[in-house]
Design a protein around this ligand. Sequence first.
Ligand code: 13P
Length: 333
Amino acid sequence: MNIQKLIETAKMLVANNKGLLAMDESNPTCNKRFAKLGIPQTEEARRAYRELIITTPGLGEYISGAILYDETIHQQTPDGTPFVQVIINAGIIPGIKVDIGAKDMAGHPGEKITEGLDGLRDRLKEYFQMGARFAKWRAVITIADGIPSRGCIEANAQALARYAALCQEAGLVSIVEPEVLMDGVHSLSRCGEVTEEVLRTVFKQLYRQRVMLEGMILKPNMVLPGLTCSQQESVDEVADATVNCLLRAVPAAVPGIAFLSGGQSGELASARLNAMNFRFKSRSPWALAFSFARAIQQPALEIWQGKEANVSTAQQALLHRAKCNWAARRGEG
Ligand code: 13P
């Protein structure tokens, strides 16, 4: 492992107000999003859509890294240029999702455990050789009556830490993503309590597994009221609850926090990110950045509809959302 390179890559992923574009939906998730819009659920449609994203003119001005799925990292443009090369040419760092999904957890009804550690060392080596310089692993925590359990939180935190240690051994920056889902009727304060407990557990495990914090990026949820909670706090209240929670649980050695959007609208995700950067400008020890999938891609996907004629308009919509999030990082109020 080249420690200096790892630290440099982690810094670059959150430099210049840029952020990450998550485009690593698994085939079933991507197909589900296509089906809703009547787009064919084929390998070629997924390839064409990902090509639309990575060939968006100017994307590298606002996006530092793109997270790919295994199918996508093997794909090419029609002229035979590997997607990884297109991404590098755009000034964007290629990354790869390496978990193999959140599965039902034995003995824990309603809870999930993320799998993918078996054989991970070899897969990481291959991805590095293909040009990837960072990786992502997502753990999922659900809030409901009586859950999350300690068993679920600890098992997911340990898997995240073992993944992160393997990434660093392979020379890849690890995006550590413990997502507390926003589905449910829970309050903002309950989400804050759970998020803090999850993050404390994750960092304890990262320490146990000897992960170098300077060579990772944390990808957490924002602290939000449940989607179906009757009380929905303001943008400023969400910003304060989120950053105050992180200040209590995340060591300052971590270079950057890149939020997931989790199903928030693009506008709301940007507004909340902007408020965090505006209100905590002088107090945040880490870059407060983004690693959005839906909150950047959704309008573009809806415009594209699988049609070649819509590519350019869809690309403009994608670039617009990327730029809004870049502007939100400046936190100018
Ligand atoms: P969303 O921004 O759509 O939540 O996706 C982020 C992500 O990468 C989930 O793993």
